[in-house]
Each structure stands twice: as C-alpha cells, then as structure tokens.
Design a protein around this ligand. Sequence first.
Ligand code: OOG
Ligand code: NI
Length: 465
Amino acid sequence: MKSDHVSTSDIRSAFSAAMSAMYRDEVPAYGTLMELVGRVNDETLAAQPKLKERLQATDYLDRISEERHGAIRLGTAAELAMMARVFAVMGMYPVGYYDLSTAGVPVHSTAFRPIGDAELKRNPFRVFTSLLRLDLIADEDLREASAQILSKRRIFTEDAIALTEKAERAGGLTMADASRFVDEVLETFRWHDEANVDAAMYHRLHDAHRLIADVVSFKGPHINHLTPRTLDIDQVQALMSDYGIAPKAIVEGPPTRACPILLRQTSFKALEEPVSFRNADGVWESGSHTARFGEIEQRGIALTPKGRALYDRLLDQSRKIVRPAADGSNARDYEAALAQSFAEFPDDWAAIRGEELGYFAYSLTAKGKTAAARGDLSLETLIEEGYIQFDPIVYEDFLPVSAAGIFQSNLGDSAQQEFVASPNQKRFETDLGMKVLNEFDHYAGIEQASIDACLRALSQRDAAE
Ligand code: OOG
Ligand code: NI
C-alpha cells in the first residue's frame, strides 16, 4: 500500500455505511429493523455482563453494531467477474459455493467478504452474491430472450470501472478516489423503479420464475436486503410485531442454545413496490414487483468440518420429522423437532472444543500475561492451569438450507418449483474468473495463529529472563 492510499478496510467501511444510508432511504422498514436490533442488543449486553466482557476482550463488540450483510442477484458471467474485481478493491473475496437449484431457486452463489482476522474485526461486511442460471430454464425462447436483454444492460458506471482499474494498477486508491469509488459503486446497487422490459415480457419472465423476472427486468442488481446482526434473535422475533413488522414463521438454522452455533436468521416478507414498464408504443404502464425484504441474523461459532457434518445431520434429521410448511402452520412442531434433534450437539464451549466441533481464538489470561516462563507446558496444560483461555470464533458465512428458506419465503408459495439438483461450481468459478475460497481453511488459520501467538508469548518470556 502506497503511503497516500487508504486501506481496503477503510473503503469497505465507507461503502457499507453508504449502502446502509441508501437502503434506509429506500426501504423505511430497514430503519425500524435497525432500531429494534439496536434495542435488543443493548438489553442483551446489559443482562449478560459476562457476554459483554468476552465480546469486548475479543474485539467483537465494536463491530456488532456496524455489522451487516446484503444480497444481490446478477445476470451474466461478465457482471459476476467485474463484481469480483470491484469487491477486491474493498478487501472482499469470494468464500464458499452455494448451490440453490436443489431448493428450486435457479441460482448459484458465493459470499464476498473480508478474510483476515484484523479485517473482519474492523468491518465484516459481506454480500451474498447469486448468479442467475438460465441453463435451468426449460423454455428455450425465453432463455434466449433473457440472455439477449441481459447482454445489453450495463450495471456499472464508467467511473466505477475506471476507478477499479486504477486501483488494480496502482495497488490501491487515494482518499479522494476512494470516496468517488464508493459513490460510483453504490449506483450498481440502487433500486430502479423503471423496468428494462415491457409488461408482457415481465409477466412471461415472472411466470417462468419470480427470480428470473427480478434479475432480467431491471437495469441493475438492486440490493434486496441488508441484514443487521443481533445478539438475541428470539427476542427480535418476539418483538417484531410490536414494531409493525410481520416475521416469517420460523427462524432458520439451529435452535435456541446456550452456546450459539453457525447462523440463525429470520426475515419479513418482500414489499410490494410500484414499478413501471415501458411498452412498445413508448407509453409507461404501472405495475408492481416484490423483491426487497428485511432480514435479521444472530451469529454463533464457526464449526469445523466435523461440527458442520453433525449440524447437517441433525438439521436433516429434524426436517425429516417435520418439514416446515411455507404458510407457517406447523412452526411450533418444527421448532420442537429441531430442539429435540439438536439435543445431541454439545452445548458448552469446553465440550464443543473437546470434541473438535468448533474453532476457537486463544488468548492469555491475566495469569498468563504476568506468569514467568511456561514454554515447557502443552496447550492443554496451559489451559487447565489457567494461563490460556479460549473464545468462539464467529461464523462469517452462510447456510444453503437457510438461504433457500429465505429465498422461498420471499418468492411465495406459488413459486415453489422443482429443479434437478445440479451444482456446477466449476462453471461458477469460470464465470467468476477465480476459485472460491474454502471457509474452513480460513477459520483454521485464524485459530492456529492465535495458538502460536500465545505459545510464543509464553516461551519468549523464557528468553528474556
Ligand atoms: C439471498 C438469500 C440468501 C442469506 O442470508 O442466507 C441470504 C437472496 O435472496 O438473494 O441472503
Ligand atoms: Ni441474507
């Protein structure tokens, strides 16, 4: 980084704040949601001083109120590849591959997010980014027409592209350029109430799948939700109706637990928004479109592959007992089945660590900080004797079953459709222009670095004496 360049984290933070301000203007219910989440987080911290102390000690507290993720749906490989370059300027990289065809949604996705520990702590802004899969559309004419419409649109401003190229050439941006970059890139995510297609085409696309209409009919990939992080999602879910918001019937993900794992999410249904279609005779026709919704999430510990396999098995098991209905009619039964199934997943941090189900960040205790040389002892002994402590590492990614549930609650019951499951990560990576990163490698790296730092600190004291 040149001395007059701002850090990628600064650009990401500025962008995340600008996006939040834009979305608050566009979707007032988002402001209400932020208010509710702020209140629940304050109350949770006040009621749980231990949680507050650990979050403060591990640098997680400050980021929580800033923390959010958004989602966009892209139409072409070229859009995806350019998006990856734009996000890289903000220090965000594609992590993970999510195939949603299994859930009847014709997209596959990745999540762009920061990957280093320091960058995540500064601002963990993430964008769940989906690419439409026209190959899953049966109607050949419609597939062809969609590709044609998409090939003509330009979702990035010329200056957004020029500034991205400049950042790539120079290895960063100056303060002034970074601020222009944020303004220009924000344009890509803006809502356009004037459709790109006429009403007849919109309805054809909509009949094929609502998601296809959402991607193909508009000038750009409007941000469709922006999700704040709460420390108590059950409380948010319970209070939503007091704030005039109707939540979906079930919280996606694991059940309520003492030690939160992975990710729990809830959302409110997409708003019906006025749009207009330009018909062949040049006359604008008014109509409506539902795309944008609200979502809240609670994040827990990142699981190891072993922990994740257990999560997947238990989730699967409970969904075999009760499959949550789209209309919410069996929500209580589903919750009961989920809780029963997850009784098998240890619910205290030491057991989760002991069974190697989750990733932890290790740090020196007060005793460890002042102790004399202890480089001779093993990590386990150092923990047992109170020199080293461990805290859960936060899960930064998404869950395909939950994402499918979120997509579906916003598509409505009529949009349920069966596709043949056909993950195609290779194709996605070709379109993206790079491989997606493996989430487990990154958590393991952060965990190992924290262990190394503790052991180094305790043995270096040897040398000093
Ligand atoms: C994305 C849905 C997935 C999540 O939090 O799992 C998602 C979309 O609807 O475009 O955001
Ligand atoms: Ni989301």
